[in-house]
Design a protein around this ligand. Structure first.
Ligand code: GDP
Length: 321
């Protein structure tokens, strides 16, 4: 029933399904898994875009501009988020303000804030599942936004086809506090706020970073990372970003790399799910639970090598299978 409504593109049904996926209740978990299995054949038909950048660089303004542009072109756009701060502190960098006001009410868009979660792994897992649900609901452009110190960017790049990094004009050598590792994830670097007084500086930044990009290792043989400028606030350069995204998709589709990339992502996801589930099961295991306090104490005190403690836990876990 819910599956049918989702396939029909019903946004309320989609929101309900995502709530199911995000729930920590075991029965909800089972329903969510069954739903994902039913909908699996209807997934995959989107371009998956990851977007990151420091707070204030203009991510939500840009996503709103791109999203509204795309819906005008007849696309259906879903926006999801991975907010690592909700995992760490319970607070949120992305979610606290009112964001994307026009896109949220656009009938051809679906905007969902980051799920709350205790671990980044938990947050990204739910986002992956939500992504599949959005595809099943007929959204053909999925944007996943994040902001973080590296791990969340890696997680988002592991679930998307193309990764966009937003920068502000200026910056110089320090990459604006953006770690080099994140820069290396980018298929497209966008210098936002290329307007007014900052237009000239933005062009300068494009040439500075453009030179640096040439020395970066390309992520895939069929695509060389690019750099462009835009003004999300004035809707300039936004259509050009979409043009680049389409070129990216064609290049990776023609070379067969898109399929390989997604297949590898799915396999990696399988193993991370397995690892998470095993750890959770192990930690819940009665004998293991009883052993943990003493083993942790001994490891903390430096009396026992961590590897020995780990082997002890696993031995007892396996013994009573
Ligand atoms: P986020 O934290 O990365 O999501 O950034 P926001 O989208 O909330 O934007 C932060 C501030 O920058 C807001 O005041 C925006 O109006 C402003 N801003 C965003 N894009 C542009 C732009 O292209 N040009 C200018 N001048 N300001 C912008």
């Amino acid at each position: 029933m819910l599956a049918e409504q989702i396939k029909a593109g019903d946004r309320r049904a989609l929101a309900k399904a995502i709530t199911l996926v995000e729930s920590t209740r075991a029965d909800h978990g089972d329903q969510a898994t069954a739903l994902l299995e039913t909908l699996m054949p209807h997934t995959g038909n989107s371009i998956r875009l990851g977007i990151s950048g420091a707070p204030g660089v203009g991510k939500s303004t840009f996503i709103e501009a791109l999203g509204n542009y795309l819906t005008e072109q007849g696309h259906r756009v879903a926006v999801l988020a991975v907010d690592p701060t909700s995992a760490v502190s319970g607070g949120s960098i992305l979610g606290d303000k009112t964001r994307m006001e026009t896109l949220s009410v656009n009938p051809n868009a679906f905007v969902r804030p980051s799920p709350a979660g205790k671990t980044l792994g938990g947050v990204t897992r739910r986002t992956r599942e939500s992504l599949l649900l959005c595809e099943a609901a007929g959204f053909d452009v999925i944007i996943i936004e994040t902001v973080g110190v590296g791990q969340s960017e890696t997680a988002v790049s592991d679930m998307t086809d193309m990764f966009l990094l937003l920068l502000s004009p200026g910056g110089g050598d320090d990459l604006q506090g953006i770690k080099r590792g994140i820069m290396e994830l980018a298929d497209l670097v966008l210098v936002n706020k290329a307007d007014g007084d900052q237009a000239h500086l933005a062009n300068q930044t494009v040439s500075d970073y453009g030179a640096a990009l040439h020395f970066m290792q390309a992520r895939t043989p069929s695509w060389t990372p690019r750099i462009q400028s835009c003004s999300a606030l004035h809707n300039q350069g936004v259509a050009e970003v979409w043009q680049t995204a389409q070129e990216f998709r064609s290049a990776l589709t023609d070379s067969g790399e898109l399929l390989t990339l997604r297949a590898q992502q799915a396999r990696a996801w399988m193993w991370s799910e397995t690892a998470e589930a095993l750890i959770a099961d192990l930690k819940n295991h009665a004998t293991v639970k009883a052993l943990v306090p003493e083993l942790e104490r001994a490891v903390l005190a430096g009396e026992l090598p961590a590897i020995v403690a780990a082997q002890t836990l696993i031995k007892h876990y396996k013994a009573s299978e």
